[in-house]
Design a protein around this ligand. Sequence first.
Ligand code: BGC
Length: 366
Amino acid sequence: MKKLLVAAAAFAAVGALALSGCSARTDTGSSNAPAGFAAGATIGVALPDKTSENWVLAGQLFTDGLTTAGFKPDVQYAPASNTVAEQQNQITSMVTNGAKVIIIGAKDGSQLSSQVEAAQAAGVTVIAYDRLILNTKAVDYYLAFDNFKVGQLQGQALLDGLAAKYPSKKKYNIELFSGSPDDNNAGVFFNGAMSVLQPKIDDGTLTVVSGQKAVAQTATQGWLAANAQSRMDTLLAGNYQGVDLDGVLSPNDTLARAIIESVRSAGKPIPVVTGQDSEVQSVKSIMAGEQYMTIYKDTRSLVEAAVAMVKELQAGSAISEINDTKSYDNGVKVVPSYLLAPVVVTKANAVTAYANNPALEAAAKG
Ligand code: BGC
């Protein structure tokens, strides 16, 4: 397996380390298998927000999946204000309420050490879901799509989209966007994309006209569409009077649509814009020839893997949902991970890519 070590999360306190690619599933063995706990136990699920469809879907799927498996789900979203402190409180109360496992989609993965350490000390298994929890030993497992790979796929798709849309051009003007600085994934996505784009910036194929190439300059606080839209407005007004904008690296679908909206309002042609999450509106936009691509990270598979892990923890058996024990270093430990493979979706393969998902398949068929 090709291993590529990359410093991720340039703006996180301690950068996580990500390796691209997933290895074959390997059982970590039963030597560390926990003793198990009562069937029907409470399982906490702490989710960061509802700014993307995947988080909304995850909440429902966890409630249903854990209930079907006989557990008592305690699914909580961090509220929009005082979010980090509120998520910390939610995790603490899950421990107090007797949760045996807590699955966490961190609002800010660098701010949960005390809470997860207290949870582990109380015998709770801590699973980082989608976003790694940083700078603490008290994370037992990490379940996610391979987020560095997501960034690589976005970078490559941007290049492919530019070549396809502008066959007569050899050089392209682009702008770069990244996600929220408090989300460790934002840096992982950006570094994955830049591993593909930087050589093309260096050889002059790509020009970032604004000059804003550092991750901090490209950040979108809170992953909020309004913040991406206003940054795009400013970039267009300051750099693209009489200049073509050919492509935009957008880290997810919500921001991609905001960027497209900004370009449309400025009266300019829509550039090649990347995305992620396969949100219904973006799938429709792709089929209408606007947004160029998205990434399919099937939330159902990730939640299923999490629920399967909870079942094994309950039974005290070996954990089989681990296929990577080297890639995700949270600053103080390499967290045993189960990484799923993300899939690139463009207009060309959407119907096939979503064949297993009726809602998305319907959006792709229009
Ligand atoms: C997730 C993305 C999502 C973003 C904003 C990231 O941590 O991995 O799928 O688009 O958060 O919610």
